[in-house]
Design a protein around this ligand. Structure first.
Ligand SMILES: Cc1cc2nc3c(=O)[nH]c(=O)nc-3n(C[C@H](O)[C@H](O)[C@H](O)COP(=O)(O)OP(=O)(O)OC[C@H]3O[C@@H](n4cnc5c(N)ncnc54)[C@H](O)[C@@H]3O)c2cc1C
Length: 412
């Protein structure tokens, strides 16, 4: 018997477990994989820093391999247009430096912290589902040799990421038809980083009408390369291996062409598709969803890990008080948690939808023309999803300009 079973030990699950264990709850974390393990999602945002502090962590000093990230560089497909933003000085961003990380080491660090605070880890161990037709929820599990067993608990947290074991069991997931995208990605050596302070930037290459490409500089001279495009484009290339397809696409990009001959694959390319979705509810009387298990939006602004971390902080806070109030009286707290996740999700979804419009992409290459609006945009890109009134109004003004640009572009 545990107070809380957390299914999934990625950033969302590990941080929820760490904070609940710190508050004295008996927490069991289960994960289907052996850590450290590869995970996509390497570019972090500055607003993660206060959460690391809250956990008493300094990922850099604790040996997580990382590259210092000061900003974002946007590039046009033929590499003729370039714009760069830095997080420094943006409203609401007090610690502007952030990191590009190998997720294996980063996720391991968070999981170690959960265990150090007293959470018990069972891995590799698959969560199969939860039986709610009992006085207490019973989490059904399967270990690495196929042996099934169960743990009773007062509360279940689904942090199984895109798998969303409980979200799917309860029929909560709502796919986002407005953002049906797929990604093909891998790790390569042989692509030079940018110079100076831009060396650690994520580079976003815009391919109007076709999607976009990320280049994320990682430790050891590795670059994470990912193409994001409409899901409908994927089947045409299914006959080809992900590796051959990615290298073919990379060879068509003027920025990468010169390096293709000496390219070295350090992590085999793979696909992900239809990764934007939301949920009908984030919590019930004895369960909640954290991180990607609840919702996820297109990765263009690298918001996924931050949303999982900040969701975990909120989930642990609400759940700690709800467990103290014997759950019955804690329902309002859990509902408030869900409303906050919903608000964050909508904030980023709106920003992502703007990104896919030509008018907004024009603005990205003309940031010097809209300095106040750009500062507001940089604040949001740094992870500030609760901007002050002035910043919010400037962001709205920027959206309006993008809308007007879209209209004039479509009238041409
Ligand atoms: C193509 C792509 C690019 C991305 N790029 C970025 C980026 O640059 N920056 C960024 O911040 N985010 C990015 N993301 C998003 C980021 O990867 C996620 O938002 C983040 O990992 C969410 O953390 P989580 O803890 O919710 O889930 P996860 O990190 O996915 O962790 C879930 C865990 O649950 C475990 N699990 C799954 N099923 C079961 C089961 N049945 N039983 C037990 N355990 C289970 C898994 O093994 C895993 O360890 C990207 C996502 C995609 C798809």
């Amino acid at each position: 018997m545990a107070d809380v079973v957390v299914c999934g030990a990625g950033p969302g699950g590990a941080v929820t477990a760490a904070l609940l264990a710190e508050s004295g709850h008996r927490v069991v974390v289960v994960d289907g994989e052996v850590f450290p393990r590869f995970h996509i999602g390497e570019s972090l945002l500055p607003l993660s820093n206060p959460i690391f502090e809250r956990l008493g962590l300094d990922p850099k000093s604790l040996g997580v391999q990382s590259v210092q990230k000061h900003g974002v560089t946007f590039l046009s497909e033929c590499n003729q247009r370039r714009a760069r933003i830095e997080f420094k000085g943006a409203p609401g961003i007090k610690q502007p430096e952030t990191m590009q990380v190998m997720r294996a080491g980063f996720d391991q660090l968070l999981l170690d912290r959960a265990q150090a605070k007293g959470a018990r880890l069972i891995a590799p161990c698959q969560a199969l589902g939860v039986d709610f037709d009992r006085p207490l929820p019973r989490v059904q599990l399967k270990d690495s040799v196929g042996r099934e067993f169960a743990i009773d608990c007062r509360f279940v947290v689904d942090a199984t990421g895109r798998k969303g074991v409980l979200a799917r069991q309860l029929g909560l997931r709502r796919m986002d038809r407005g953002l049906r995208k797929a990604a093909l990605f891998g790790h390569f050596k042989g692509i030079p980083f940018q110079d100076g302070r831009a060396a650690g930037d994520i580079r976003i290459i815009l391919r109007p009408g076709q999607g976009w490409v990320w280049l994320i500089p990682l430790p050891g001279g590795v670059t994470s390369v990912g193409f994001v495009f409409d899901s409908g484009e994927k089947p045409k290339d299914l006959a080809e291996s992900p590796s051959a397809c990615l290298e073919r696409w990379m060879g068509q990009l003027p920025l990468l062409q010169p390096f293709m001959e000496k390219l070295e694959v350090t992590n085999q390319p793979s696909w992900e598709s239809d990764f934007s979705y939301s949920t009908r509810a984030y919590s019930g009387s004895n369960w909640l969803l954290v991180g990607d298990a609840g919702s996820f939006i297109d990765p263009v602004f690298s918001s996924g890990v931050l949303l999982a971390l900040s969701g975990a902080v909120d989930a642990a806070g609400a759940l700690d008080r709800a467990l103290g109030a014997n759950l019955g009286r804690g329902r309002g707290l859990l509902r408030a948690y869900g409303s906050e996740q919903q608000r964050r999700y909508r904030f980023y979804r709106r920003l992502v939808l703007k990104f896919y419009s030509p008018g907004f992409q024009e603005i990205l290459f003309a940031t010097e023309s809209w300095p106040a609006g750009t500062r507001a945009l940089v604040s949001a890109l740094g992870g500030n999803d609760r901007p002050d009134m002035g910043t919010r109004l400037r962001l709205e003004a920027l959206y309006l300009i993008a809308w007007l640009k879209n209209r004039s572009l479509s009238n041409r």
